[in-house]
Design a protein around this ligand. Sequence first.
Ligand code: NDP
Length: 405
Amino acid sequence: MSKVIIIGAGGVANVVAKKCAQNDSVFTEVLIATRTVAKADKIVAEIKEHMPDSRAVFTTATVDADNVPELVKLINDFGPKMVINVALPYQDLTIMDACLETGVHYLDTANYEPKDVAKFEYSWQWAYQDRFKEKGLMALLGCGFDPGATQAFTAHHAKHHFQEIHYLDIVDCNNGNHGKAFATNFNPEINIREITANGRYWENGEWVETQPLEISQDIYYPKVATRKSFVLYHEELESLVKHFPTIKRARFWMTFGEAYIKHLNVLEGIGMTSIEPIDFRGMKVAPIEFLKAVLPAPESLAAGYSGQTCIGVQAKGIGKDGQPKVHFVYNVKDHADCYREVQAQGVSYTTGVPAMIGAMLMLNGDWMQPGVWNVEQLDPDPFFDAMNKWGLPISELADIELVKD
Ligand code: NDP
């Protein structure tokens, strides 16, 4: 029986909203507030069309989430219990500020990133710890799939399978085909910034930096395919090595097709991925923002997308019985199934479902506690139950090493 505000109306917000509509005993009133309200209206129209039985009441509003007073007014007018932030990482801090000012809980799916520096880390949001605690409010950071479910998978390894985790490999495969020459599966600006940055992984107490896409290996993704996968830096590595100090090495791997990398190399080579604004006809334009305007919107890829995603976490270390152990926890999701269910592609779906689940576990009390939290700090069991129930069934594979040293 809760009112929530969803901020953003992109690919992920579409899924969060529709899963809230399905879970209408928890989410009774939902306001979708975003910059371009027509996108929120479209989501609500689709809910009415495809989910006529949902008892959740949806409304929409315009908001500039970079503007704290505007957010405060929006929150005060609607009076929600929490805000689900699925706008962009640039808005995390302004939305957290507005939540503190209005006394509502907070959840997001990506850590804060300044607009003008290609850098993301948790320090900015962890700095809110005392303020959220003092106000008795909870902020749950990074509750999508990766970050998000991958940290619950690690917590599950630690709770149910391992005395000590020594080696952690997070693997993310999109074996789908959207039929476009080049497109990104989530916000292009964020996606391209992530991939063109140097790689980084944790080893023996320090970060090891690599060139972009320098390290690769063929990884077998169960039920899906063997795909060439590349080491890149991903934000959950930072919190995982902090919260599981026995980890000696932690890496994140993602698949990219040859055509994708070729396009990216060309775009980078001609300066189109730069975040430095240039003068264009009297205007300041960051090339990557222009590129985003030219590329297909992630949500437009959904119709006709085929293939599956497979995202999982391999842990190696000392098992509960004191013996060396390797174990893999993962989910496989079919793009076309996502489209049939909520008119979304798999990458938006696998992000939006854990966000809805995180919000539910806060609202029903299972996870609710004051302070700023990463997903691996919370009990993975209710999260696993909910993933199995709400469309992202989890599988496990024992004693097979999929990612090699
Ligand atoms: P989209 O670009 O599709 O959607 C972003 C939405 O935020 C758009 O509706 C956009 O409005 C809105 N928005 C942007 N700036 C503002 C602002 N200042 N005020 C109000 N609204 C704003 O992105 P996605 O849906 O693909 O991604 C959403 C979030 O999910 C991102 O933070 C992304 O990094 C994260 N993500 C996390 C993953 C995970 O597994 N943890 C995986 C994939 C994504 P407009 O329509 O006007 O542009």
